[in-house]
Design a protein around this ligand. Structure first.
Ligand code: NI
Length: 257
């Protein structure tokens, strides 16, 4: 399959897991059918690296943001730096940002402050957001509702069909990783089957979350083939239809012409 229609909406090629072969891999992805990648940041340093990668690879775009696990770093100075980075060419989103109550560090009030501050930044800049929500569905949705002008995607969506429908009603998108292929991910599969077709995005979150049959191995954007094929099977479509559809959705979402 080399129709160049895969759009990886959330990747971490700045991660150390790619240090040994990053350039080789990124040079090869387009010929393996990967048409677009958005590399999101987790802190200032990885946001800078995401912007630098976007400057070097035509098909690669960047998100800049501070992950909830690093929320203590979201100082006023850091927010100014994010604002400066967001003005660089090919920065298409603020992210990843959000709440992580699974690891639950730093304390929740610090996570909430960093999340709101970056939502305000997205609002001011008119950029979409990529949300990390782990075990914090209720509060994430409540904060999203405080910013009716901001649109975004819940990356690696892990909530219920009901929460997914609420997000869709607010104009939001749902991101699906390799998790949808896991045998125990019944809830995620139910959401992927139920969601309106114009709100589905696919992503790798690479190097993490490789789909079956590669679960546990290092992931890269070519593995979207398996995630897309699983969603196609759940929805009674062909894999090619899902690759094309999710690529169109992602270009609309990130405003990539
Ligand atoms: Ni991620």
């Amino acid at each position: 399959m080399n129709e160049r229609l895969l759009f990886d909406t959330h990747a971490h090629y700045d991660d150390a897991a790619f240090d040994a072969d990053r350039e080789e891999l990124l040079a090869r992805l387009p010929s393996d059918g990967v048409r677009y990648v958005v590399n999101v940041g987790c802190d200032l340093e990885s946001s800078r690296r995401a912007v630098a990668l976007a400057q070097r690879y035509d098909y690669l775009y960047a998100g800049v943001g501070i992950h909830p696990g690093n929320a203590e770093a979201c100082t006023p100075e850091a927010l100014s730096e994010l604002r400066r980075l967001a003005a660089q060419p090919k920065v298409v989103a603020i992210g990843e940002i959000g709440l992580d109550y699974h690891y639950d560090t730093p304390p929740r009030d610090i996570q909430r402050d960093a999340f709101r501050a970056q939502m305000r930044l997205a609002q001011a800049l008119g950029l979409p957001v990529s949300i990390h929500d782990r075990d914090a569905h209720g509060e994430s949705l409540a904060i999203v509702r405080e910013f009716p002008d901001v649109r975004g995607v819940f990356h690696c969506f892990s909530g219920s069909v009901e929460t997914a429908r609420e997000l869709v009603a607010l104009g939001w998108y749902l991101g699906f990783t390799g998790v949808v292929t896991f045998q125990n991910a019944k809830k995620t599969a139910a959401v992927a089957a139920d969601a309106p077709e114009d709100r589905i995005l696919i992503e790798t979150d690479c190097p993490y979350l490789s789909p079956e049959p590669y679960r546990g191995r290092r992931c890269d954007s070519t593995r979207l083939l398996y995630t897309g094929a699983k969603i196609a099977a759940l929805r009674g479509k062909t894999p090619e239809e899902i690759y094309r559809l999710t690529c169109e959705n992602a270009r609309r979402f990130y405003r990539i012409p």
